[in-house]
Design a protein around this ligand. Structure first.
Ligand code: NAP
Length: 309
């Protein structure tokens, strides 16, 4: 079969069949962005679930999955990227495009650059789309629709490299995403502010509430609709994924966390001294940011955040 215009790749291989890997498989098939989707996951049980879900051609090893693939997508935790690519590097088709979906870019680029074959084209990326769920059953084809996908191309002067970046951009657009290009250090700082710190705060608040001896767990759960439950959703995210994010974006997270701690101390002082103006001004600025997020189409203005209860 000829690769049509809509069909951007003849064969893609996805390593890691969790939430993101499964969603890419479903979206690629639904959009005809790839004719054949091959998948590999190191967990045999996940492989059989991926097969039962009809995600694509499920392979018993990563070398078989990447053999003949025009695009290889690494959808494993950030800390496993280097070893996942190393395990199948020799089986890559010459000139294959290799990308990833890792939530951190600097450390992943370092790990992948050390093992990627010289004739492959490494174009790192990160979809700004996800949920707190993991595993192949959590995947859905519409995950990337209307969401940003950030590509962090490398300073690669080969003429075929620029074409590979354009082709990968077309692939993500076919999956419904908006695509932006950015350098890796900038990506890591922006994501430290918009994703990594909010997750750290949520993990901390939820763990703290569990620890508090003066409030019983049942009361925390009973009254959670007053705000706490929104943190519990974020804090339900996969512990392996988030451990790897913080171990691999250490510098940017610590820098943003330093600023956050100073501002929190200022809020603490305002509360202690009854400084209502400072509190009001900050809350007002924060509320305006919420409006901007909704206007940018990144959340719903529906009452109760679109929840039915
Ligand atoms: P997930 O649902 O936990 O799936 C990851 C899968 O990869 C698991 O089945 C895992 O198996 C498998 N795996 C681990 N090491 C492997 C290896 N060496 N070879 C093959 N498979 C391997 O995770 P996810 O949420 O899809 O996240 C995948 C990547 O996407 C991460 O890098 C994350 O930073 C990024 N990301 C996630 C989100 C999100 O919201 N979740 C959003 C954007 C980007 P085991 O369970 O046995 O380890």
């Amino acid at each position: 079969m000829r690769v049509s215009d809509a069909m951007i790749f003849e064969r893609i291989a996805i390593l890691g069949a969790g939430l993101i890997g499964a969603s890419i498989a479903l979206a690629a098939r639904a959009s005809s962005a790839a004719r054949v989707v091959a998948l590999y996951d190191r967990d045999a049980e996940v492989r059989s679930r991926a097969l039962a879900l009809g995600l694509g051609e499920v392979c018993a090893d990563s070398a078989s999955a990447v053999a003949g693939a025009d695009l290889v997508v690494l959808a494993v935790p950030v800390g496993a990227m280097g070893s996942a690519l190393a395990a199948c590097a020799e089986a890559l088709k010459p000139g294959a495009i290799v990308t990833d979906v890792g939530s951190v870019k600097g450390a992943v680029i370092e790990a992948l650059s050390a093992v990627v074959p010289a004739d492959a084209l490494l174009v790192p990326g990160h979809p700004i789309a996800g949920t707190e769920h993991s595993g192949p059953e959590a995947g859905f084809a519409a995950l990337f629709k209307g969401r940003w996908h950030i590509l962090t191309p490398l300073p690669d002067e080969r003429p075929e490299y620029a074409a590979a970046v354009d082709r990968l951009e077309a692939f993500w657009r076919a999956l419904g995403a908006e695509v932006e290009r950015m350098d890796a250090p900038r990506h890591d700082v922006v994501l430290a502010v918009t994703s990594h710190l909010p997750h750290l705060i949520a993990f901390n608040i939820v763990a703290m509430a569990e620890d508090l001896e003066s409030v019983t767990e049942s009361e925390v759960v009973k009254y959670s609709a007053s705000g706490f439950r929104d943190f519990t959703r974020i804090a339900a995210s996969d512990p392996t994924m988030w451990r790897d994010v913080f171990l691999n974006n250490r510098e940017a997270v610590l820098e943003v966390l330093g600023r956050f701690s100073e501002d929190l101390a200022a809020l603490q002082r305002a509360i202690r001294w009854g400084d209502g103006d400072t509190l009001y001004d900050l809350f007002d600025r924060a509320r305006r940011m919420r409006r901007e997020v909704i206007e940018a189409g990144q959340d719903t203005p529906a009452p109760n955040w679109g929840r039915e209860n």
